[in-house]
Write a protein that binds this ligand. Structure first.
Ligand SMILES: [Zn+2]
Length: 378
């Protein structure tokens, strides 16, 4: 009898860990292998200062999210071809477990702040972000994301608002930003902002609704805001927006940057986090694999250019994902979510190019921005 109680207690403990919800299992099968990009490593770890820096934030991406993509893709990922790696701790100034706004602000400014803060400090005072800091040295900037432009992560790189929910105020900060290029969601969301915001944004940026719009080529400053579906979930029909916009942003900024100055680009894979909040494991894997294609685009350019640093990390982990089982050769993998929220586990950081070695070891998210600024403020 004692044995039976012990067994029942074990089963209950496994199903309902202390303080957590019921665990949710998910599986994806038959994922077609997409290969990976194998970099040349010729500039990797060089001691020369990088001309350009591309910061890639996989929202909600912990080791298990990367591993799920790795196993689904027949034990291969562009991520996994990189040699410089470390950990990032993500706690905010007020909470052990951060939200995307506080972590985005840490990555954008080099300062910890409170959860829900967008580009402001704990006293709600504006913090200069990387684009604002580096433009004084002639370095130009851009943003690519599968979130709306007013999402917490992209907003941290151009807006200064006390709360991430202040969407209209965040959009209204866009015209006074120093960005040269952005590609984000969406046409519908932008057209729902106040008329005066739309007029002000269009005064500064050439606004187009497709990556194929010929007006992009001639524009000095451009905003690409495609229809909702094109920046939404892959499972709802998004195709190659993220890798294509990443390459377009790189080429746009590279063509317009001064010979000796260069550019800063932030690329966010936003929907890995959102899929993990929903405990939708197959969607999370598809979003991770798409983000890996965007990483490949950044690394291809880094190899062509020889003078570009690529830093890939995350703002926090989402859902306490674990890997349960898998058959990599068949593209099958199973995961378990223990939560629908963020967790405080440190996230991996990968880097490639000159000074990639600076990002090895364990560091706070705000230190990543401090290191980027140190390399660009020259
Ligand atoms: Zn989230």
């Amino acid at each position: 009898m004692k044995k039976l109680f012990f067994l029942l207690a074990l089963v209950a403990a496994a199903a309902f860990p202390a303080g957590a919800q019921e665990i949710v299992k998910g599986a994806i099968e038959g994922v077609p292998a997409q290969g990976s990009y194998h970099p040349t490593y010729s500039s990797d770890g060089a001691c020369s200062l990088p001309r350009n820096i591309i910061l890639m934030i996989g929202d909600g991406v912990g080791l298990a999210q990367i591993s799920a993509g790795y196993f689904a893709n027949n034990e291969e990922l562009t991520y996994a071809n990189l040699k410089h790696m470390g950990w990032v701790t993500t706690k905010s100034a007020t909470d052990f477990t951060t939200d995307s706004a506080a972590s985005g602000t840490a990555y954008a400014t080099g300062h910890k702040t409170y959860n829900y803060a967008v580009g402001v400090d704990v006293h709600k005072r504006p913090l200069a972000n990387i684009p604002e800091r580096v433009i004084r040295y002639g370095v130009i900037s851009g943003i690519v994301t599968t979130d709306n432009m007013s999402g917490a992560t992209p907003a941290s790189f151009f807006a200064h608002q006390a709360g991430r929910q202040m969407k209209n105020e965040i959009w209204a900060d866009l015209p006074s930003s120093v960005l040269k290029y952005f590609a984000a969601g969406s046409k519908e969301v932008f057209e729902a902002t106040p008329q005066e915001t739309q007029v002000a944004v269009k005064k500064v940026f050439t606004i187009v609704n497709s990556l194929d719009d010929p007006a992009i080529k001639a524009a000095d400053r451009v905003g690409v805001l495609p229809p909702k579906k094109e920046t939404g979930y892959i499972v709802n029909g998004r195709t190659d927006f993220l890798p294509r916009a990443t390459r377009q942003a790189i080429d746009f900024l590279n063509e317009r940057s001064k010979e000796d100055k260069g550019f800063f680009l932030m690329v966010e894979g936003a929907r890995i986090d959102k899929a993990c909040h929903d405990n939708d494991f197959p969607s999370a894997v598809k979003e991770l694999l798409d983000f890996d294609k965007a990483i490949a685009e950044a690394l291809k350019f880094a190899d062509e250019d020889g003078n570009t640093l690529v830093v890939i990390s995350a703002d926090h982990e989402t859902s306490g994902l674990a890997i349960w089982d898998g058959e990599p050769k068949k593209g099958n993998v199973e995961g378990v979510h223990i939560s629908t929220s963020h967790t405080a586990i440190p996230v991996p950081i990968f880097s490639y190019g000159p000074h990639a070695q600076d990002f090895m070891g364990v560091q706070g998210n705000e230190q990543v921005a401090q290191k980027i600024l140190k390399l660009l403020l020259r």
